[in-house]
Ligand binder design. Structure first.
Ligand code: EPZ
Length: 418
């Protein structure tokens, strides 16, 4: 077990390169299972634990996977095992994409229920509703989702909630269904579009991804292809917030600025300067920011995955901020850790009321989940004195080389074994 030791108070200067989007990559890898001919060569795959976990799962099913730096080659023609039942499957969230992918290609699968960050109840009823509408029999027995059918038939599916996971999962299965499927009230996140683009490159016929109506005309088979994953909107947002919090001038490279608009707009409202270039954004700040109100929403609204890093910077902003977390009911666990550092925050259900204090002070704090971990790192960077962040295996699940990237920007941060 490792921990991060941070001596706070350093301004950040320079540039940081953003990796491929975790939440796109963790769907694109299982989607590659659907190629019954040729290999998929996928570039810009981030070097994070969630991806390694997924690679192990896919190998346990019989896929052949090789990696050279951020490029992963997947041969799914050798896949023989339709039972995903390892501990890795139960530990990560995105393993549920194996259900849609295996159902699409083989018309059956047995996949253990997924794990993931403890941020709320996280039901999969909308995934199941979609699979059933396509004609699959779905049951859950002893913690395993069992799906099977002779045929998948395209149909109209209206999602009761906007769900990234259900949109992608049902899209996977519908890609190899007979006829046309229309997904309504679909999620519009950039990673939904990226998965659709990947499937189309493999031979699928998907239109409308990025809007709330996605039309999928089933095809008979998919074949391997070359693809490159989009940049990680959430990793980029985390470094932008860190720059605004610490003060200095940081250019965040390899991003799609359009995907960052809601974050950029809030940082500007807080008093930071955000300059957009073609594929980078520069954040300049003199550390003094003012409080703002935020409501997390599905894309293009403010992303819930950036809420925790954002609430950290608001702890030392001038005045009061109110955060309304509308996606996950338990995404304020990091607030107790911030309070150990002197933050003044009151949580009432899904609302956090933050009264800015003049400074945070270093303490031993825990990464209670992935983005909470990033929030703790930012807290350590702005705090007076030394902060130790423990349970950083959560951070390693989603942020590649976080300490090296911050060190290169001038932060005093190091990893130590506990
Ligand atoms: C994805 O989770 C992301 N994970 C999450 O990122 C992200 O917070 C979330 O989307 C929202 O953007 C991955 O992509 C692996 P949802 P997902 O289905 O797909 C409710 C991170 O930090 N819902 O969009 O599981 C659900 O309870 C992670 O990188 C149902 O009610 O989220 C929630 O309130 C954490 N029934 C809302 O919908 C369902 O069947 C949105 O969930 C499915 C979801």
């Amino acid at each position: 077990m490792d921990k991060l030791i941070i001596n706070g108070g350093k301004e950040l200067f320079g540039s940081v390169d953003i990796g491929g989007a975790k939440n796109a990559a963790v769907a694109i890898l299982p989607a590659a299972i659907m190629a019954s001919e040729n290999v998929c060569v996928i570039d810009n795959i981030p070097e994070i634990e969630d991806i390694q976990c997924e690679e192990r799962i896919m190998e346990s099913l019989g896929c052949k996977i090789t990696r050279v730096k951020d490029s992963v080659t997947i041969d799914s023609t050798t896949l023989v095992n339709l039972n995903a039942n390892t501990e890795d499957v139960r530990n990560m969230r995105a393993s549920y994409y194996l259900i849609g992918a295996l159902l699409g290609r083989f018309k059956k699968a047995r996949v253990d229920l997924p794990g993931g960050c403890p941020i709320g109840v996280r039901p999969i009823d909308q995934h199941i509703k979609g699979f059933e509408a396509l004609g699959a029999n779905v049951k859950i027995e002893h913690g395993t989702v069992i799906v099977e059918t002779d045929r998948l038939i395209g149909t109209n599916i209206y999602f009761d909630v906007v769900s990234v996971g259900a949109t992608i999962n049902v899209m996977l299965a519908a890609t190899l269904a007979e006829g046309t499927t229309v997904l309504e009230n679909a999620a519009k996140e950039p990673h939904v579009v990226d998965v659709a683009n990947f499937l189309n490159t493999m031979g699928a016929n998907i239109k409308g991804a990025g809007t709330d109506v996605i039309r999928i005309t089933g095809v008979e088979k998919l074949t391997g292809c070359n693809y490159s994953v989009i940049p990680d909107q959430i990793e980029a947002g985390t470094y932008m917030i860190a720059a605004a919090a610490c003060g200095g001038c940081v250019t965040v490279n390899n991003v799609i600025p359009k995907h960052l608009e809601s974050i950029s707009a809030k940082l500007v409202e807080m008093g930071a300067e955000v300059i957009e270039q073609d594929d980078s954004v520069t954040v300049k700040s003199n550390k003094t920011v003012k409080g703002v109100n935020i409501k997390t929403l599905p894309y293009p609204g403010f992303p819930t995955d950036v809420q925790q890093p954002m609430s950290t910077i608001l702890c030392t902003a001038k005045g009061r901020s109110i955060i309304n977390e509308s996606i996950w009911e338990s995404r304020f666990k990091h607030i107790d850790e911030l309070k150990k550092m002197g933050a003044c925050v009151k949580v009432e259900g899904r609302v956090a009321i933050i009264d800015g204090v003049s400074k945070l002070t270093g303490a031993i704090v825990k990464a209670t989940d992935l983005r909470a971990g990033a929030a703790m790192v930012i807290a350590g960077l702005i705090a007076e004195g030394t902060t130790e962040v423990t349970s950083i295996e959560h951070i390693d699940r989603g942020y590649p080389h976080i300490e090296n990237k911050f060190k290169a920007l001038g932060a005093d941060i190091r990893r130590e074994s506990m």
